[in-house]
Design a protein around this ligand. Sequence first.
Ligand SMILES: [Zn+2]
Length: 449
Amino acid sequence: MKYWNEELETKPWAEVEQWQAGQIAAMLKDLRRRSLLYAELHAGVARDLPLRGFADLQALPFTLKDHVRAAQEAASDERPFGRNQAMAKSEIVQAIASSGTTGKPLYYALTQRDTEMFTDAIANTWFTGGVRKGDTVAHLVGLPMVAGGMPYAEGFRRIGATLCWLGGFPTDRILRELRNLRCTTLLATTSFGLYLADQWEQLGREPGAVPSHLHTVLCGGEPGLNQPEIRERITHGLGIKALRECMGLGDVVSAMWCECEHGGGMHFNAQKYVAIELIDPATGEVRPWEDGATGEIVYTTFARDATPVVRYRSRDHALITGVGACKCGRTSPRIRCIGRTDDMLIYKGMNVFPTAIRDLITTHFSGRVEPLLRIWKESRDQVRFDAPIPVDVEVAEAFSIEHGQALARQIEEQVRGQLQVRVAVNVLAHGELPRGVYKNSLLAVREPA
Ligand SMILES: [Zn+2]
């Protein structure tokens, strides 16, 4: 078996979209009856909107995260998931929570059919990433309720792989179980992947250590794998054959994008249940999927019963790295995530993604700094900076901290020259920045003194 769903994965993308248009039209028929949110949002749209082709989707308004949040805040006893709860409470079999790194968590509901859809789409995503029956997969997300918790686990089991849910154990235990259980595949955040890569070899030298069986690492949760240095360190440190980036969204489906064996950007793998559009984030205009294009990804779920979303703005900005048939035969567009609108910072009128600062520093100063860094905000809501943006950088193991001041000035110069924003670099000793198992935030908020 080469594909999880050969027909949909290899059909020309325009035909996939045409098929999706039919699915969306059927879903829209009773959406307004089921969801109070869409009764309101779609009130101005003709009830018999003819969805003849995929482009007709553009007649529908966008759904924003604020809409979803406000809908949830109107929760009641009947509708604990709020005004977008589109199924009776008795039909809901699972609640998912966003990881809640910013503000209150958002909740999503799944019916039995939704969990089936999630599991199949996520399994498809892992399959594209190279996971097969016979693999033993270490799942390092410690919280079952988050989008990357139980849904990811079920995706692995659906493929027939052996699930080892190690998330939640202390790190040293995770490291030992990985070897003892002969794990072949690992799912982790990029930063944890790096941490592991640093420890792996040393652990293998302990008396009685089981030789490593790892060959594939799925990395996601943070955009960062577009840096060759990070890839090289994880691949080399863990001695693996394949490092595949993956991405999803709890509001839509927890894992939808993953790189195939040819790399070069993540394929979309949820086409059986979810439609995607690329838009200009400033004007909302739809952009064609073209090599080199950038834009925000917009999602429409046409098989999510309990908490559906239509033209949902993800705030994820992507660079299109490939369209048309890939060498693997898959036809879905390939992307790299380049940042999130939510994270955008403004220094004296210049917009900058924190990821752009990180990518520049860690690529240009590779060998001298760690590929991790931390950008400080005074408050959670701070977007504008009038003073240089504070950045903590950690030196590489081989680099002497004595030269830290000179390094800091060089980094500041480089960032100013390349990105037209000023940063104030604080150099930390090796190992001083925290490494998390689940979603390490690049942005940190200073606690009030
Ligand atoms: Zn491919």
